[in-house]
Design a protein around this ligand. Structure first.
Ligand code: ACO
Length: 320
């Protein structure tokens, strides 16, 4: 037995922000952003929160799976932009969708968050602890970027993607996940610091900080290596994979991964152009876009991969 994705869903905020819109806020241009990253526009939350977007994506995924909220045993949300320190976003989602029989918690693995949520659900399901789970990646990155810093604010967007998973004969074939905490400073966002009358505190609340070139160098090596490893361990050849659904950080990273694997770029669906980088939400949003178009048939083999803050990365081969 393994773990199979039986339904997917996504939610993107209504508010579209183009590169030209951003050029009115910071010194940038559509040409710079699009040529460096492949991003043309992104959605930025107005009234939506991480939890409300997650819940909307979850409701679509449950409908797609034919599963009711009462049947959900476990809710795991991958996010770095929780609305509250506590309760978790997953507990907020539980309350909104009325999944009162579930246990709910969040995972912080940045852009790898959905992958780690899937791997964690898989471990619980295969151990017999639960029968089915709702796994979600949801982010409101717009609230943790410095909107005066053109080197980061143009890269990200907001949204949520979700999937329902259950125990089945086919599904997840092999998954690997890794972290490199020693490189974590290359992509960080500091949380609230000590702030009380007993200590001196001069630092301000943190925003996303990134050494883009270090992250680029890291992903150029680690991501193809993890994909090659998971393919080898699953006994699946690169050409047998119908779609490589990988984290949407930057079109150049995606193109370089395709080149290193010797696989056509046509096998790499793209959402970076209209979504930007939505951290943990990018893999499930793209998966749902592909699924909604009817591009996945039973028996197809697909590869999912995430990479980002921590640093963390993960790759998985699945039979649909
Ligand atoms: N508009 C115009 N100019 C800009 C902008 C902008 N938005 N941002 C930076 N610049 C300028 C810089 O100030 C710099 O100017 P200078 O030469 O006068 O000093 C110049 O452009 C080059 O800056 P770099 O940071 O060297 O730009 P680079 O070519 O490396 O591109 C980028 C930046 C796109 C982030 C690149 O490093 C990259 O692709 N990194 C990969 C990491 C990534 O995609 N991270 C996303 C989040 S992490 C994740 O999801 C894993």
């Amino acid at each position: 037995m393994t773990t199979r994705i039986i339904g997917t869903g996504r939610y993107l905020p209504e508010n579209i922000v183009t590169n030209d819109d951003l050029s009115k806020i910071v010194d940038t241009s559509d040409e710079w952003i699009n040529s460096r990253t492949g991003i043309r526009e992104r959605r930025i939350a107005k009234d939506e929160t991480t939890a409300t977007m997650a819940a909307k994506a979850a409701e679509i995924a449950m409908k797609n799976a034919g599963v009711t909220a009462a049947e959900i045993d476990l809710i795991i949300v991958g996010t770095i932009t929780n609305d509250y320190v506590t309760p978790s976003t997953a507990c907020e989602v539980q309350a909104i969708i009325g999944a009162e029989n579930a246990m709910a918690f969040d995972i912080n693995a940045a852009c790898t968050g959905f992958m780690v949520a899937m791997n964690t659900a898989h471990a619980y399901l295969q151990s017999g602890y639960y029968e089915n789970a709702l796994i979600i990646g949801a982010e409101t990155i717009s609230k943790i970027v410095d909107w005066t810093d053109r080197s980061t604010c143009v890269l990200f967007g907001d949204g949520a993607g979700a999937a329902v998973v259950k125990k089945d004969q086919v599904g997840l074939m092999k998954s690997i996940q890794m972290s490199a905490g020693a490189k974590g400073h290359n992509l960080s966002c500091r949380n609230r610091l000590n702030n009380n009358p007993l200590v001196e505190n001069t630092k301000e609340l943190g925003y996303v900080e990134m050494d883009g070139q270090e992250i680029y160098k890291f992903t150029a090596v680690a991501v193809p290596a993890s994909i090659v490893k998971v393919l080898e361990e699953s006994g699946v050849k690169p050409e047998e994979i119908k779609y490589y659904i990988i984290h949407q950080a930057n079109i150049r990273i995606i193109q370089s991964v395709a080149k290193r694997l010797g696989v056509s770029e046509d096998k790499f669906p793209i959402s970076i152009d209209h979504c930007g980088n939505i951290s943990a939400a990018s893999v499930p949003i793209l998966l749902d876009e592909v699924n909604e178009k009817g591009l996945l048939q039973r028996g197809d083999k697909i590869l999912l991969a995430g990479f980002g803050g921590g640093l963390t990365w993960s790759a998985a081969v699945l039979e649909w």
